[in-house]
Design a protein around this ligand. Structure first.
Ligand SMILES: NC(=O)c1ccc[n+]([C@@H]2O[C@H](COP(=O)([O-])OP(=O)(O)OC[C@H]3O[C@@H](n4cnc5c(N)ncnc54)[C@H](OP(=O)(O)O)[C@@H]3O)[C@@H](O)[C@H]2O)c1
Length: 283
């Protein structure tokens, strides 16, 4: 099978590196282009990157020359791990030029015609792409986003509980320093400390789960009517966020019923066929 060439924007950053690690030996995709800032452009990836993951970058990617954002891209599929302020204009430009842009950045997540997806939870929201193309006059391009890193586990936990009609949500997060990218939080701030504020994070936890758990009705997603609040903390852990969730369920199921729906949750059937889909998305 011929693999689809892909480009990674923000390829030298913490998320860009994770993209590269996860796409190594992928059966469908091949990394053909890596893009970063002027600081990295024209260097080989190996020269430009400060690899923060285990091991070293895959050989095939290490020798690629890093492109600048202004350079022409030939890959039809683009994964974006750019800072949000940079992503805002660039992602629209690439989508309007015909690229399918899948973004980790928050810039366009809440735009009404942009799918915000966790594939297991709301794969059907991808249908928004038709509306997006019509509205923006795009032919082959599209912009699809994934969620904030704490909205994601919260939404995954809530998705199987929809049958019990969640009405209120309160989240307290304890988020690792890797979530702030590299070099991230100054060591003087985070060592021996908990920082009880992460700019913009609490708003995302209030809006993103409701959109992802919402229903596609006509041309738009009708958000789940959830009364939500959140408090986000940065804690001195390298990787892995922890979230405490309190949720009110109108149908008042027993603990055993809740455990059963979590255990049996497999998500959308189309998604289960994807090569990297976990067998049990909720453990
Ligand atoms: N870290 C996480 O766990 C996480 C989770 C979910 C979402 N996100 C989102 O994903 C995005 C990337 O986060 P990150 O943690 O990977 O950030 P990061 O480590 O700071 O990496 C930023 C990347 O963007 C590039 N870049 C910065 N400014 C640029 C510019 N003006 N033009 C072109 N490229 C530029 C950097 O290139 P150089 O190396 O050349 O400077 C680097 O490759 C952000 O929008 C973030 O909110 C992050």
């Amino acid at each position: 099978m011929t693999k689809l060439p892909v480009a990674i924007l923000g390829a030298t950053g913490a998320v860009g590196q994770r993209f590269i690690q996860l796409l190594e030996n992928h059966p469908w995709f091949e990394i053909q282009e890596v893009v970063a800032s002027e600081r990295s452009a024209s260097k080989t990836y190996a020269e430009a990157v400060n690899w923060v993951l285990d091991g070293s970058p895959p050989k095939q990617v290490a020798q690629l020359v890093v492109k600048a954002l202004e350079d022409e891209l030939s890959s039809p599929l683009v994964f974006s791990a750019l800072p949000s302020d940079v992503a805002r204009e660039v992602e629209l430009r690439l989508a309007s030029a015909g690229h399918i842009v899948c973004s980790n950045a928050s810039a366009h997540r809440m735009a009404p015609d942009v799918p915000l997806v966790i594939p297991e939870v709301n794969a059907e929201h991808i249908e928004l792409i038709d509306i997006q193309r019509k509205k923006r006059g795009w032919t082959s391009g599209a912009l699809i986003t994934n969620s904030n890193c704490t909205s994601m586990p919260v939404t995954m936990a809530l998705a199987p509980l929809l049958i019990f009609e969640p009405t209120h949500l309160n989240v307290v997060s304890m988020q690792a320093i890797s979530g702030a990218g590299y070099p991230g939080v100054p060591s003087y701030d985070i060592l021996d400390n908990v920082i009880p504020f992460i700019k913009g994070e609490e708003e995302k936890l209030v809006t993103e789960p409701a959109k992802m758990l919402g229903k596609l009705v006509g041309d738009a997603v009708l958000p789940l009517p959830l009364i939500a609040s959140a408090a986000c903390n940065r804690v001195p852990v390298v990787d892995g966020h922890l979230v405490n969730i309190a949720v009110t369920l109108a149908k008042r199921p027993s603990l055993d019923e809740i455990k059963a729906v979590w255990q049996n949750y497999t998500g959308s059937s189309i998604v289960r066929q994807l090569p990297s889909a976990p067998k049990h998305p909720v453990i």
